[in-house]
Design a protein around this ligand. Sequence first.
Ligand code: KIV
Length: 286
Amino acid sequence: MTAPRPTRGAAALPSLAALADRGAPIVMITAYDYPGGRIAEQGGADVVLVGDSAANTVLGYATTREISVDELLVLTRAVRRAVRDIPVVGDLPFGSYESSDEVAVATAKRFVDEAGCDAVKLEGAGEMVSRVRAIIAAGIPVVGHVGLLPQSVTSPDGYRARGRDVAQALGIVADAEALADAGCAAIVVEAVPSEVGALITERVPVPVIGIGAGSATDGQVLVYHDLLGYGESRPAKFVRRYAAAHELFVDAVRRWGADVRARTFPSREEGYGIAPDVLDEVRSKL
Ligand code: KIV
């Protein structure tokens, strides 16, 4: 295993707070491999999340509940090798932190020690607030996640917006406040009405990064594959596509296949040469 780059540590995430304080929207994007990490950084993102959405986008699982710590660590290490100057946040997979503070700290440490993460993200509040406090006490910054919690979704129709009634909206605001109080460096808010995203941003003193939470949050995060149109899944309502990578790549493979079948690939220039006398000698010895 190649050692991860040295972590940038707790110093990296306060830069997000500085951006939020200046009113500059924070740009967070997911990445799951080396080229994705390079693209995220060269594209000017402020922070990269190696999301457990890799379960769907990269590994083809039906839900994010199926990805393991070991699977996500492989991807996170690849991203860490690629991303040099901005923080990398590792997502703690379902089942890897919920049962106790000790388990949560042990998993978070793996993401720092084995993959060079600057911070970890976990889903939910309630009992998870204690996990957040324990991980922070161990010296690892934590990003919270409220609203729609994909790790709690067990069927495709479960990906609906949250916080559209009074009780749910109040619950999500309270969750975000509890996570901020516990010391989260930032909070992701997923799939809530824009007004609820705005309320949370008003009330919470740490950067709020929205995904389907309207335009008032301190920043936005999108899944790399959604933004690039890389994959066949139907994008959620809150996704804006900036490319059609899937179609582009299918077309490239088709055109290459056609060239192979027409024997126009490879050309002479795409092959290696050999000196005529060397070739003559090879032939004579066969
Ligand atoms: O796993 C992920 O990609 C996420 C984002 C949706 C925030 O948690």
